[in-house]
Design a protein around this ligand. Sequence first.
Ligand code: PEP
Length: 250
Amino acid sequence: MRKPLMAGNWKMNKTVPEAINVVKSLKSAVASVSGVEILICPAFTALYAVSDEIKGSNISLGAQNLFWEAKGAFTGEISLEMLKDAGCSYVIIGHSERRQHFGETDETVNKKTKAALAAGIIPVVCVGETLKEREDNVTFKVIEKQVRVGLSGISPQQASLAVIAYEPVWAIGTGKTATPDQAQEVHSFVRKIYEQMYKESAEKVRILYGGSVNPNNVSDLMKKTDIDGGLVGGASLEAESFAKLVEYSK
Ligand code: PEP
């Protein structure tokens, strides 16, 4: 049985006081939730303070990026030891915004994924096609390469722990969600590829859907067999809407 995971990606939003404000409200709003794992991924600057605030709660902490080297002359980068020290147990890797604006490739995604798993931090590896790729009918080809390269070379046990997020680029921050059927089609394809790579780990890996998920569309998405949770941007920024998402089944 895969435990659903609802993850909030706050992107480049919120100062420390703003982050703490949201977390205080979220903590009490979701205090009784146990059937869904709850994850928030604030900006680097807010990680330590948020980690302190969520101690003893049912909310986990993740970062939005990492660098794979352990330390040294890498100005501006953040290591896994630093993320662990700040209280992170998850890290988002290869978000389409990082691919688009910061030169992230399937190869760098793979280096980061391997480094995160070796350090005991769970990677949330993002894959997804652009609108042009969907229109050109190359969605499956693109996704297959992203999964095969991005998640290659890990152990079966690590393969079970990793999380994959399918985020069609055309659905991120646009208000245009993939239909539950469109999402399910890709999720089941991802699980098939994963099965070829890592056999029974495919049944354990959680595959999240991301792209304009909100409290109104979450239940229909979550009814699909291969959708194990959500990676949520906009609707995770306020405690009220994120709490509603977390309680999708109620
Ligand atoms: C995201 O940031 O990964 C995302 C899916 O954003 P949104 O929910 O705002 O579309």
